[in-house]
Every structure is written in C-alpha cells, then in structure tokens.
Design a protein around this ligand. Structure first.
Ligand code: FE2
Length: 474
C-alpha cells in the first residue's frame, strides 16, 4: 500500500475486552476468558517483538549516512521509516490505548505520512538514527506496559477487541519493514543482507511449464467479520457469486516473461492498456525493473548481487500495466480480486472460506515463503503443503499478485479507526494486490488481506498470475 498507516476492526474478537476490564477477583467461570486473554496478549507481544527484531536487522547493517540518504525518490530515508514506526506506536498504543500524553507528541508533524510526500522527506527535521532508536525503544517500553494494563476510561472498546490495536501496530511496523526491504533493493552499493535460498519445487511441473486449475461457478464468502486483526478494508464478510474460471497453478515465471519480451511484447500496442502504452513508451520500459540484457541472456540486481535471471522463479518488479499486457499477449487476463480470493480460500467440501489456502492454521516455513526468511521468491511449484483446495500453489507469499480490480470498499464498509488507513484510497485508480511476498510477515498476510498501489509501481515485490473465464462450464 502506498503508505502504511493502519486501520480497523469492529466485530469479532475473543471477549478479551471484558476479561481485561474485570481486573482481579475472577471466579472459576473466568478461566476460559482468562486463557484466551492471555493467549491474545502473548500473540500481540510476540508479533511486536518479531517486528522490532526485523526493523533492527534492516537498519543496524547501514551507517548513518546510508540511513539518512534517500536511495530513491519513491522511498523515504530509512531513518524516517524508523522513527515513523515509533511515532505510530506512540499515537496508538501509548496514547489511544494507554490513555497518556505519549512519549513525543511534538514529533507527530514530522512523521505524519500524509503531511509530507516521500520525495520531500529528506528535508524534514528528522531525528538522527541514534535518536530514533532511543525514541522507538522508549515508546516500546511504554507500549508493553499498556499491553498488560486495563483499558483506560473513555477508550474505544473496539480497539481492544482481540487486542486489535496491538495487532494493528505490529502489522504497521512489518509493512514498513517490507517497504524498507524495497529500499534496500533500490539502494546501490555492496550487499548487506543475506539469507538462505528458498526450497526447491515439489510439483511435477518443471521449468516454466505449469498448468492451470479450475474453479467452478458459485458463491463464496469474501472478506471477514471475525478475524481479530483484520483491517477495515477486509471487512465485512459478504457473499460474492463468481462465474467459473481457470487460474494459473503458479505465478507467471521469469522464463515465461522472457518469451513475452522476445516476442516484442513491449513494442506491440495491441497488448497494452492505453495508459500503459503511453507509460511504457515514456518510461522506455523493455524488461522488469532491475533486469539487464547481458549478451544473449538476462541478469538482474538483487540486494546488491548481480546474477542470472532464474527462469523458473516467479517474475517480479513488474507494474500492473506490464502484468496486464502479458496476460493479453497470452490470450488471458488478470484475475479479479474476487476470483483470487475464491481460489485461495473457498473450500468446496464445507462451503466455507478458509483463513489461508491450506486451512485455518498459521503460516509456517513448509507452507509459504513469508517473513524475509529468504531474499527471493521460491521457484514456481514449491510449497506443496501450501496448496489451495483448487490446486493453486504459492498464493500466499513469494510475490504480491496484481489483480484486475480497483481498490474499493466492500458492501457495508466502515472506516476504523480512521479514514486515512484505506478509505481515502478507494476508487482513486489503485489496483489491488493479494497474497503477500517473501518480504511480508505473516502478521500482515492472510487470505483476506488487501494491498493496493498505483498501476505504474514497479519497486514493490509484485508479480502476477493469469486467468480465463470458463464460459460457464463447471
Ligand atoms: Fe506508516
């Protein structure tokens, strides 16, 4: 999403609010509520601590000059992201949830994402990296005190449902961590990040040749009303009737995308949306961002290393217009957001929607490439254990997937806790992306999670898969 300023939840939860408000003097009948409250609190604590370890890992590896530099006009200086993370935590956990005046309210203007566009942020009176680290540590100490305390009088009870506000802040930090990872990718200079390679493919499909899966016509439940940490734009759950369609089993690979290039795809107006055609000519696009032609083959720069482009890996760093053009060139189209979510969540045996393609259990390293465990997508066909009931692979993790749909609110949408998280972006030309990337943490990724960005953006870890209508046949 263009700015990671979090939002929402009005329903669902675990009954934790009541449990925490009762305080001491509980009876035996409170045992289940107490256990749920404890589990929820520990989940929130773990999510906050995991986010902070990652924030430190992304910033401790660079010196002050690199942290205060702007590596791309598309991105903030990393030192801005660092203190902005703490400022949002100050606003939501220390002040809104804790009922206090906060640690540094005087910093709100400098770190308000809506007041200063990214390109102009180097001119802000930012904290030094050292001062930013000290600030976010002080905020965190106060926030963890709030996590174990009763809700203050006058606080919005919805913020405490299932510890929503703590989950919201953990997601916010992880979203900025992914943004900072994208800044690392844009940065020039020697490599500073490292990680093992992801697992090899486990499907029979090999090297660039993958099939498609069929999703029969019928209604399914889209969105959620009971996921405690779901944001406002994922709510409420509602029924959507989807016509039959076929979907790529795996994301489109680099090898497949090379064939589009070799066939003159970037030079053939037939495949392009009119705005995309104007953009591709003006920006002189001829390959995904970070690719270079090297004799008869392609190389790419990836976190400071130059390497041959692996043909069997999902393509990424393509904008929506490039994804759309590839789909048209191949006689297909991008899936709608509803099609993507039905493929990812609908269980035809129960008629219910799952939290994830594999079921309701949390993501783990055998199911999906999330959490920056690896610094690249896994080859197409990996993660057998993460397949959806329809057979599609890698819907969660690896690369964000562009969909055909424009970002808008679901029927019955209510902005929470404030309009700027998502409502102000509705119906403004943003395209929806789904599924998360290798750089997305599990706390900010689920079957209902919606990301959005402008159709020209290429620096995000985004790829796509294609679909076609099945003509009504099941
Ligand atoms: Fe943010």
């Amino acid at each position: 999403m263009p700015e990671h300023t979090p939002a929402a939840a009005t329903t669902g939860g675990t009954g934790y609010t009541e449990a925490r408000r009762r305080g001491t003097g509980r009876t035996g009948t409170d045992t289940a509520a107490d256990a749920a409250a404890h589990d929820s609190r520990e989940r929130a604590r773990a999510a906050l601590e995991r986010a902070r370890r990652r924030t430190a890992a992304l910033t401790d590896c660079l010196d002050e000059g690199e942290l205060t530099a702007q590596h791309s006009k598309l991105m903030s200086p990393l030192a801005w992201d660092l203190a902005h993370i703490g400022n949002q935590e100050d606003i939501w956990l220390v002040r809104a949830a804790g009922g206090s005046d906060g640690v540094r309210p005087d910093l709100d203007t400098v770190y308000d994402a809506f007041q200063t566009p990214r390109a102009d942020r180097p001119g802000l009176p930012m904290l030094s990296p050292e001062a930013a680290r000290e600030y976010i540590a002080r905020v965190r100490d106060r926030a963890l005190e709030v996590l174990g305390s009763p809700a203050p009088d006058g606080a919005d009870p919805a913020l405490f449902e299932g510890d929503f506000v703590f989950g919201m802040v953990a997601q916010h930090e992880q979203q900025h961590d992914e943004t900072m990872l994208a800044t690392h990718q844009l940065r020039r200079g020697p490599a500073v990040l490292d990680a093992p390679d992801p697992p090899a493919p486990t499907s029979r499909a090999t090297d660039e040749r993958h099939g498609e899966v069929h999703v029969p016509a019928g209604p399914f439940t889209m969105g959620t009303s009971d996921e405690p940490w779901a944001l406002d734009n994922e709510r409420p759950a509602h029924t959507v009737d989807v016509a039959a369609f076929d979907l790529d089993e795996v994301p489109v690979t680099n090898g497949a995308f090379m064939r589009f290039i070799e066939d003159g795809g970037y030079r053939d107006e037939r495949w392009w949306h009119p705005d995309g055609w104007a953009y591709v000519r003006k920006a002189e696009l001829g390959a995904p961002l970070f690719w270079r032609r090297d004799g008869g083959s392609w190389t790419r720069r990836r976190f400071g290393y130059v390497e041959r482009v692996p043909p069997n890996e999902p393509v990424m760093h393509v904008c929506w217009y490039e994804a759309d053009a590839f789909a048209r060139w191949s006689g297909r189209r991008l899936p709608t957001e509803a099609e993507w979510e039905k493929a990812a969540r609908h269980d035809p045996e129960t008629g219910e929607s799952r939290r994830f393609p594999w079921g309701d259990g949390e993501p783990d390293e055998g199911r999906a490439n999330l959490g920056q465990r690896h610094l690249r997508p896994a080859p197409a066909g990996a993660y057998h254990a993460g397949a959806a009931p329809c057979g599609a692979r890698q819907l969660i993790g690896d690369v964000w997937e562009w969909t055909a749909s424009e970002f808008t609110g679901y029927p019955g949408f209510t902005a929470f806790p404030y309009r700027e998280y998502s409502e102000v972006f509705f119906d403004s030309g943003y395209k929806v992306l789904r599924g998360g990337s290798f750089g997305t943490d599990e706390v900010a990724c689920r079957g209902t999670f919606r990301n959005w960005d402008l159709p020209v953006r290429r620096q995000i870890f985004a790829g796509f898969r294609t679909a076609r209508s099945s003509g009504g046949a099941d």
